[in-house]
Design a protein around this ligand. Structure first.
Ligand code: SF4
Ligand code: SF4
Length: 264
C-alpha cells in the first residue's frame, strides 16, 4: 500500500551511468499502467509484491511446497506451478529456497529508508555531478510516495531525474515537476513502421524546446523474466531483436533529423 511515507520498490541500483548525468543511484518503483509487451522490467508492472520462479535453478528439494501456508505450489511435469489465485506473496517460499529459484519482487520501504540507501552514494554523486534517478515501472504510478521522495531529495540537495512515460494526470505532473531536475521522457513507439516514426518525429519537432533524443531499438532481454513470472512473452516469435527507428531510417535512406528525430 503506498502513502506519502512508504511505497513499493523492487530494486535500487548503484553506479548507474545511463540514467541521467554523472553517476547515479537508480530507484526502481513498482507499478505501471501500460503493460507493454516489450517491457524490460515485467516484474515492475503490478504495484504489489510478486513471486518469480526460475525452473533452471530449481533443484527439486520441495522446501517451498512444505512451507507455503496457502498450498499454492504444485509439481508439474517440469518444475513447479504457483497458483496465482492462492499465492498471497508472503515470501516464505523464497526465504526457504536455498537454490534461489524462488524470489520476490517488491518490498515496502519508507522515504527515510530509500534516502538512507541513496545517501550511501553521496561521494559518487558529488564527484560526478550525479544524483538519483527514479525509474520503474512507472514512478508516477505511486504519485504520493514519489512526491515525498523527490521533496526529501531536494531538501537534501540531491540532484533528481525522473524516468517516465508521462502516463499520469496534469495535476500529478504539476505537483512533482518543481522537484525534478531532469526528465528522461520515454515516448513509446507502438510500432516501428514509417507512419509511427514520422508521427513521433512530427510531435517532437513541434515542441517549443527540442530535447536531446536517444533512439532505442526493441530487444528481447526480458523474455526470461516473463517466464519466471508465469506470464507469456508475446513477442517470442517475432524476430524483432535490434529493430527500431534507427533501422527504419537506414531502410528509408534518411537521417533521424530528416524524419524529425534529432539525436543527442
Ligand atoms: S525450494 Fe527452491 S529449489 Fe527447492 S523445490 Fe522450491 S523452488 Fe525448487
Ligand atoms: S509467496 Fe507465500 S503464498 Fe505465495 S507461493 Fe510462496 S509461500 Fe506460497
Amino acid at each position: 500500500m503506498q502513502s506519502m511515507e512508504s511505497g513499493v520498490i523492487f530494486d535500487i541500483k548503484k553506479f548507474s551511468i545511463h540514467d541521467g548525468p554523472g553517476i547515479r543511484t537508480t530507484v526502481f518503483m513498482k507499478g505501471c499502467p501500460l503493460s507493454c509487451c516489450w517491457c524490460h522490467n515485467p516484474e515492475s508492472q503490478l504495484v504489489s509484491r510478486e513471486k518469480l520462479y526460475a525452473v533452471n535453478r530449481c533443484i527439486g528439494c520441495m522446501e517451498c511446497i512444505a512451507v507455503c501456508p496457502e498450498n499454492a505450489i504444485r509439481n508439474k511435469e517440469i518444475g513447479l506451478f504457483t497458483d496465482p489465485d492462492r499465492c498471497m506473496a508472503c515470501g516464505s517460499c523464497a526465504d526457504a529456497c536455498l537454490a534461489e529459484a524462488c524470489e520476490m519482487a517488491g518490498r515496502e520501504m519508507t522515504v527515510n529508508q530509500v534516502l538512507d540507501e541513496i545517501e550511501k552514494d553521496t561521494a559518487f554523486h558529488d564527484e560526478s555531478f550525479g544524483g538519483v534517478t527514479f525509474s520503474g515501472g512507472e514512478p508516477l504510478a505511486q504519485p504520493d510516495f514519489l512526491f515525498a521522495l523527490l521533496k526529501a531529495c531536494k531538501d537534501r540537495q540531491i540532484h533528481t531525474a525522473l524516468d517516465t512515460s508521462g502516463f499520469s494526470t496534469r495535476k500529478v505532473l504539476d505537483r512533482i515537476r518543481h522537484y525534478v531536475d531532469v526528465f528522461l521522457f520515454d515516448l513509446k513507439g507502438i510500432k516501428d513502421d514509417k507512419d509511427n516514426v514520422l508521427a513521433i518525429g512530427a510531435f517532437v519537432s513541434g515542441l517549443p524546446l527540442i530535447p536531446p533524443i536517444d533512439l532505442l531499438p526493441y530487444h528481447n532481454l526480458a523474455a526470461a523474466k516473463f517466464e519466471r513470472l508465469g506470464k507469456s512473452y508475446r513477442l517470442h516469435d517475432h524476430g524483432l531483436h535490434g529493430v527500431g527507428p534507427r533501422q527504419l531510417c537506414e531502410t528509408e535512406h534518411k537521417t533521424p533529423e530528416d524524419m524529425g528525430l534529432f539525436r543527442s
